[in-house]
Design a protein around this ligand. Structure first.
Ligand code: FAD
Length: 557
């Protein structure tokens, strides 16, 4: 496994100079999964690409999804066959590109008396789902009777359980999928920068010919020259269309989705379940290492896009739904240890409710040439990128007589994915476990490292040897942080604990325990002064509070 390309804020000055001085073929606005996918697609076709992200990579919706690479079973109900076919087929491709990061996950769909679907409809629905997504072999759906369903998930309500559907999906870590796409784009010459906000467009002969970018760490503004601009700004797409004075016709419709996290012991589901809730919607319960998470809600949202919170009402709604499906569980508010809330950047359709809106992506091109892409799913990011980059390559050929390669991202393994098959990932987890078990680490730790970093784990374990702390967990965290600073543009404790490692969601106590040494190492690496470190500390503590505290007291405040 080759070392990844250095990708560090320690070289920020050089990156800013390059942005200011070199002309680009394409500037991509937004470092979520859509922007990351576009940067990789375009750079791998030979375009000179700059990707600019106003916060940290994946700090928008792309770290707040249900983290499933799924075919969207529920879109069958809306007769969105095209969408189901596309994202269904994409699942297997994205799994192949990053088998350590996009893991097969069987889903159980309980058939409950009075539920949305009966046995017959579920059987047909799942069959159509398999056919559309070209699912083969053992992954094909099975229909289970009550006994079989209870064997897989004993917590289901026996009295009203008629059986279950059992079908194949994949799960991932959305923020990691985003950063690995961006890192892979660097291998093809892309330049990517976080904390780089596009504030305006530059025009030549009434066409977009560049962007004005604010380096939010220094406050400096830079003009970046480019032939074309794609805005993949997710929930912020309409804001940039307004800056471009092209917000007309279709517009975004933002809906909020919340997930809650419980210690695994409090919600010990043996496997992922997709279940009916009393208001006719469906939701997921997904076990993941030390925790189980549940979600999601789907409510209209018109408040601050940079401060999306889980409200008490969201928490109560989700807890009641879980308690309804798993009657022996009796979850309470105090059982919540973490949560996340994100915005779906959907396309508005008159008269449709949040849940009814299509998840299809759309591309808007303004009179001045700004191309915006919105809607869509995490799962379909690669195809979305292909579609929108095709528009650019056509223009490059027509307007600049450039010859551009066809899309071939279906053959570009993502960083860390040096595995031919999924069974090799499993073997690698065992190998890593052998390496670290004598230092007191468990199989979970090996699983965490491999499903987070893939083969890049080896580099982290080499750096682990450099640290001499008595506490081995601290040594490992410091090695991960070193990797994050040198190869993943980590600048703040939030970048590290939330987006690069998912610890805020999946191991929140670890954040509380190791915040101080992480701040120390960031201070050493970047020379931050004490007041900056204090700001980071307070911000991280606020994040811990916002994500885990839903007391009535806070709601009253
Ligand atoms: P974002 O991730 O929001 O990225 C846009 C980026 O643009 C942001 O990082 C933002 O900071 C940046 N930006 C904005 N303005 C500027 C500017 N002026 N300058 C520079 N940068 C800027 N899909 C699935 O396939 N599977 C799921 O399980 C799933 N679950 C979901 C659950 C929930 C609750 C939600 C909300 C969505 C879910 N989705 C799922 C959908 C999926 O998460 C989104 O479609 C996807 O993450 C959107 O990615 P994006 O890159 O378009 O937007």
């Amino acid at each position: 496994m080759n070392r990844p390309i250095r990708f560090s804020n320690l070289e920020r000055t050089e990156k800013l100079q390059c942005l200011a001085n070199e002309p680009f073929d394409l500037v991509v606005i937004g470092g979520g999964i859509t922007g990351g996918g576009i940067a990789l697609d375009a750079a791998s076709r030979g375009l000179k690409v700059a990707l600019l992200e106003k916060g940290d990579f994946a700090s928008g919706t792309s770290s707040k999804s249900t983290k499933l690479i799924h075919g969207g079973l529920r879109y069958l109900k809306q007769f969105d066959f095209w969408l189901v076919k596309e994202v269904g087929s994409e699942r297997a491709i994205v799994h192949k590109l990053a088998p350590h990061l996009v893991l097969p996950e069987k889903m159980l769909l309980p058939l409950i008396e009075g539920g949305s679907y009966g046995k017959w409809l579920t059987s047909i629905g799942l069959k159509v789902y398999d056919v559309l997504a070209q699912v083969t072999g053992d992954d094909k759906r099975q229909m289970l009777d009550q006994k079989e369903a209870l064997k897989l998930e004993p917590l289901l309500p026996k009295k009203i359980l008629n059986g279950a559907g059992y079908y194949a999906e994949y799960r991932t870590d959305d923020a990691r999928l985003t950063i690995e796409n961006i890192k892979t784009s660097l291998e093809f010459g892309a330049l990517a920068l976080n904390y780089a906000k596009v504030t305006d467009f530059v025009y030549e002969e009434e066409s977009v010919a560049g962007v004005v970018m604010e380096d939010t760490l220094s406050g400096k503004n830079i003009r970046v020259n480019t032939k074309y601009v794609i805005s993949a700004a997710g929930p912020w797409v309409d804001e940039l269309r307004s800056v471009n004075q092209s917000k007309k016709g279709k517009r975004l419709h933002l809906t909020k989705g919340v997930h809650l996290v419980f210690p695994f012991e409090k919600l010990p589901v043996k496997q992922s379940v997709y279940f009916d809730i009393p208001d006719g919607r469906m939701m997921f319960a997904i076990p993941r290492g030390k925790i189980t998470y549940v979600g999601t809600t789907d409510t209209n949202y018109n408040l601050d896009k940079d401060d999306i919170r889980t409200d008490l009402a969201d928490a109560i709604y989700l807890i009641s739904a879980v308690n309804n499906m798993f009657p022996d569980i009796e979850l309470e508010m105090d059982d919540i240890i973490s949560s996340w809330a994100g915005l779906r950047p959907l396309i508005h359709e008159e008269g449709k409710s949040a849940s009814e809106l299509s998840r299809k992506d759309e591309i808007f091109t303004s009179d001045t040439g700004l191309i915006s892409i919105a809607g869509g799913k995490l799962t379909g990011y690669r195809k979305m990128a292909e579609r929108v980059v095709n528009r650019i390559t056509k223009k490059l050929e027509e307007e600049h007589q450039m010859t551009v390669k066809d899309c071939h991202t279906d053959k570009i393994a993502l960083c860390g994915s040096d595995f031919k098959k999924f069974k090799h990932v499993k073997k690698y987890i065992e190998k890593v476990h052998e390496q670290i078990r004598t230092d007191g680490f468990t199989r979970y730790d090996a699983w965490y490292l491999v499903t987070t970093y893939g083969k890049q784990t080896q580099q982290i374990l080499e750096d682990y040897q450099l640290f001499k702390n008595k506490d081995n967990t601290l040594r490992l965290i410091r090695a991960e942080l070193k990797f994050g600073i040198e190869y993943e543009m980590v600048c703040t404790p939030m970048d590290f604990f939330i987006r690069r490692t998912g610890r805020l969601y999946f191991d929140i106590n670890n954040v509380r325990e190791y915040l101080e040494p992480v701040l120390d190492d960031l201070k050493k690496a970047y020379g931050y002064d004490s007041s900056q470190i204090q700001v980071f500390k307070e911000k991280m503590q606020e994040e811990l509070d916002v994500h885990s505290n839903f007391s009535l007291e806070r709601e009253k405040v």
